[in-house]
Design a protein around this ligand. Structure first.
Ligand SMILES: Cc1cc2nc3c(=O)[nH]c(=O)nc-3n(C[C@H](O)[C@H](O)[C@H](O)COP(=O)(O)OP(=O)(O)OC[C@H]3O[C@@H](n4cnc5c(N)ncnc54)[C@H](O)[C@@H]3O)c2cc1C
Length: 474
């Protein structure tokens, strides 16, 4: 591939920005990577805490992109370990196997509720079979028309509201499509006979090849960083971007503060992986009002990750547990040692406990001691573990953990992408940049594909971004 762009800037050193930078250097193009923090890896980083290596919530690696799997196998070699996930949900004081699909859905319910839930499920499925039921684009209507009202009320709605920090009726169906394995009736029957479904859902990790890097996901992003540096790429950390400047539908420079100095750097192409709304805010180019308004209505859910170090190897019989009760402040608990044996000392493990929140709310401001008290109250009340098992704890706050997929977000993203496609030399990519539920494999794919497509203009560019975003697959 040849490119007439010779001076690109990449914004953000997460897996998307790193893979784009790596691909650029592979093509012999000089790249300058600008990162807001002092760390590389974005959400896919590994940090050390005493004898432990922690990811921002364990990062399993699985993919449907064959070329990305080959690349990652080549990069990590023997350090890419097969991992066999065991997922459960904690519901009504019981651990129940997950995903909640097939007839297992009904095993989580109190006995009295099984018959009404089954009737409402079958009724919903019957309606779905006869005709397309009325759906309004919400998580609520999508789930109700596939699982029935009862299961929606007792399980799906409380969990979704807790994770996404909004009413379930306001959540877009995109979440359900991405996260809830939807089986056909024929697949339920196949499951009764222990046969796999015809189509495997991307979230059904029990049916996919799943991997974990030996020393955490940071091994992958560190490798990309090392290669970028080796090939002459430049990376600036602690960068505060003030503006992206241009005229006549063309970006010409970026102004940013670094080490108390204001720098304006000329560029002929920008790959941005920063949050999409932030990008629009700092564009110093004529931006139509509807685009600014669309950006103002996009937002992100934050998270606090609480890491609990314990003196035993196994206290929970699952690598991954979901907590749906609204009384419990956290959503998920991961056994770090079950995912990554070499990330914990011998004979011990740590639990990474995820709280989603809004930046500035009570969870965001809670200190480690307060979260520790809450976690231990829940664990001790349910005989999961006791304070005597604990050796220490720490927390990590993440401002942009999940795009907030509120109904109408896709239309807003379309408006913004339509506008960005009129600027000749900018590509917005990545989980925050395209406002999508991307995993690490998607991030790598996007970074590499965007570089391959950098010469595209207008409609072709727009089509590529939509393709990367997967909005057009609806
Ligand atoms: C709790 C949790 C668990 C996850 N688990 C998994 C998993 O099991 N498997 C999996 O595959 N994926 C998982 N993911 C998703 C995965 O982390 C992301 O898909 C991936 O990191 C996205 O990469 P990215 O580069 O697009 O964005 P990010 O990783 O968010 O990186 C964006 C980078 O841009 C930087 N940046 C932002 N604003 C600016 C600015 N103004 N100027 C300069 N730099 C800026 C940020 O500091 C960051 O370094 C998980 C995510 C979370 C939050």
């Amino acid at each position: 591939m040849t490119s007439h762009y010779r001076n690109p800037v990449v914004i953000g050193a997460g897996p998307t920005g790193l893979s784009a930078s790596w691909k650029l250097t592979e093509l012999g193009i000089d790249v300058r990577l600008l990162e807001k923090t002092e760390k590389i890896g974005g959400l896919a980083q590994t940090f050390r805490h005493g004898d432990y290596l922690f990811d921002i919530g364990p990062h399993i690696f699985h993919t449907f992109h064959a070329e990305i799997l080959s690349l990652v196998k080549e990069i990590l070699g023997n350090d890419l370990l097969r991992y066999y996930p065991k997922t459960k949900i904690f519901y009504k004081n019981r651990f129940v196997q997950y995903p909640l699909s097939g007839m297992k859905v009904f095993t989580v319910l109190p006995l009295m509720m099984v018959a009404p839930a089954l009737i409402s499920f079958l009724l919903a499925r019957w309606k779905l079979y006869l005709s397309h039921p009325r759906e309004d684009g919400s998580f609520e209507s999508w789930i109700k028309s596939r699982f029935g009202k009862k299961l929606y009320d007792v399980y799906f709605a409380p969990y979704a509201q807790k994770v996404w920090m909004m009413k379930a009726a306001e959540i877009s169906k995109y979440i359900a499509e991405q996260k809830v394995p939807e089986l056909k009736i024929s697949d339920y029957v196949r499951r009764l006979f222990n046969r796999p479904p015809k189509k495997i859902h991307g979230e059904d990790a029990s049916r996919m090849e799943v991997f974990y890097p030996r020393k955490g996901i940071g091994q992958l992003t560190n490798w990309l960083y090392d290669k970028v540096i080796e090939k002459g790429g430049k990376v600036d950390f602690n960068v505060d971007i003030h503006s992206i400047n241009g005229k006549n539908s063309r970006i010409e420079s970026i102004t940013y503060r670094q080490d108390d100095e204001l720098v304006t750097r000329g560029t002929d192409f920008v790959f941005s992986t920063m949050p999409l709304n932030d990008l629009i805010e700092i564009l110093k180019i004529k931006v139509p009002r509807d685009v600014r308004e669309a950006a103002e209505h996009l937002g992100y859910v934050s998270a606090v990750l609480f890491y609990l170090k314990v003196n035993k190897r196994k206290l929970i019989d699952s690598s991954w547990v979901y907590f749906s009760s609204p009384d419990v402040w956290f959503n998920r608990v991961f056994d770090v040692g079950a995912f990554c044996e070499e990330c914990v000392p011998a004979g011990k493990t740590a639990y990474c406990i995820e709280f989603t929140c809004n930046r500035g709310d009570k969870i965001w401001h809670a200190g480690a001691d307060e979260l520790f008290d809450h976690v231990m109250q829940v664990f001790e009340r349910n005989s999961i573990m006791s304070r005597a098992d604990v050796e220490g704890y720490t927390i990590k706050k993440v401002e942009h953990a999940y795009p907030r997929f509120k109904i109408g977000f896709d239309e807003r993203v379309r408006i913004i992408l339509d506008f960005l496609s009129t600027i000749e030399n900018v590509f917005t990519i990545g989980r925050q940049g395209l406002f999508c539920y991307a995993n690490v494999d998607d991030a790598l794919y996007m970074g590499i594909r965007a570089v391959e497509m950098m010469n595209l203009r207008g409609d072709e560019k727009l089509e590529t971004q939509r393709f990367l975003l997967k909005l057009d697959s609806e």
